[in-house]
Write a protein that binds this ligand. Structure first.
Ligand SMILES: C[S@@+](CC[C@H](N)C(=O)[O-])C[C@H]1O[C@@H](n2cnc3c(N)ncnc32)[C@H](O)[C@@H]1O
Length: 316
């Protein structure tokens, strides 16, 4: 730990703000030195906050950190005396397991940025951010959001461009590009219950080499959706998407027990799932205001959709 000499409060103790305070382990370590006193703690989980209060006898602020304005000294007068900020932003955002989940860009990385925001607003003499060892590895990155580039350059942080594969739609590439560029993504392509069922269908077909048994077993599920089939999809007014889902419904209803029918259903189910996944990523990019460029890559006979995030190297 780097130790910087600075003045303590009237009682000689340095005042601490603990962010993502959990049950108070970090605060405990600081207070055990006899030289630090935590005056404000932020922890969103009510149970963790209760445990913190048991351990440290201060009331914890249980608001989401994203909604707290740390420069509001009227509301938080104790922040005036804070000389150290400590905290452990959640670290799942840096683990490899997280990349398998539906979100391509983890929310948790954004919480590290909240820690940085608090430092800028409170201007303490010093800070300590605890995190997993791998935070400094190349695998883990922050993604630049819109409007951040200037500030990043002013701090002198290096950014790297990187390609990230986001999907492979065998058709509709140009339309999906237009959809993304037009920022028309307010909701995803399909109803999530239907998508979950189609994923089971694909798993079943991979195992049994046919979808027939699956359709029979799930007929009551599909029958519930068929009467208002189109309403369960957001086709963004693209004819090709409308055709895809209408054809899927027709084959589903035909109930024909032959191999062609089975392979058509399987191929179309895969397309619907893939397009749904791509639109979820578009949504995520738009909602999180990520600074990315999207481009198509011609590889053999297919187009691939790829995205360029601008990862931030980490200050440590
Ligand atoms: C790694 S733990 C911190 C452990 C803590 N430093 C200690 O020593 O016990 C991260 C904590 O951040 C909290 N957290 C996650 N998101 C939050 C948010 N948006 N606002 C405030 N706290 C949050 C979690 O509930 C969790 O308890």
């Amino acid at each position: 730990m780097v130790f910087i000499k600075f003045e303590g409060g009237v009682d000689g103790k340095y005042k601490v703000l603990d962010l993502f305070a959990g049950a108070g382990g970090l605060s405990l370590g600081f207070s055990q030195t006899g030289r630090f006193e935590t005056v404000m703690a932020v922890e969103i989980n009510e149970n963790a906050a209760k445990t913190y209060t048991q351990n440290h006898k201060i009331k914890v602020n249980t608001q989401d950190i994203r909604s707290i304005d740390f420069s509001d000294y009227k509301k938080f007068p104790k922040l005036r005396d804070v000389s150290v900020i400590i905290g452990g932003p959640p670290c799942q955002g840096f683990s490899n397991a997280n990349r398998q989940k539906s979100e391509l860009f983890s929310n948790n990385n954004l919480l590290v940025k909240e820690f940085i925001r608090a430092i800028k607003e409170v201007q303490p003499n010093s800070f300590v951010m605890e995190n997993v060892k791998t935070i400094s590895s190349d695998k883990h990155k922050f993604f630049v959001t819109n409007g951040e580039l200037e500030e990043i350059a002013s701090i002198g942080i290096q950014i790297k461009e990187e390609d990230l594969f986001i999907g492979n739609s065998e058709f509709l590439n140009e339309q999906l590009m237009n959809l993304y560029n037009g920022k028309k993504i307010s909701c995803s392509f399909a109803n999530t219950n239907l998508i979950a069922k189609l994923k089971s269908l694909v798993r079943y077909a991979n195992k049994h080499k046919s979808v027939k048994g699956f359709i029979d077993k799930n007929s009551s599920f599909f029958n519930r959706y068929i009467p208002n089939w189109n309403q369960h999809f957001n086709t963004y007014e693209y004819e090709e998407l409308r055709d895809l889902i209408s054809n899927f419904k027709l084959v589903l209803e035909s109930n024909t027990n032959n191999e062609d029918c089975s392979s058509t259903l399987l191929a179309q189910a895969k397309q619907i799932i893939e397009i749904h996944n791509i639109t979820l990523i578009f949504k995520e990019i738009v909602e999180k205001k990520l600074n990315v460029q999207l481009h198509l890559l011609r590889r053999i006979k297919e187009f691939l959709l790829r995205v360029i995030p601008l990862p931030l190297s980490i200050i440590y």
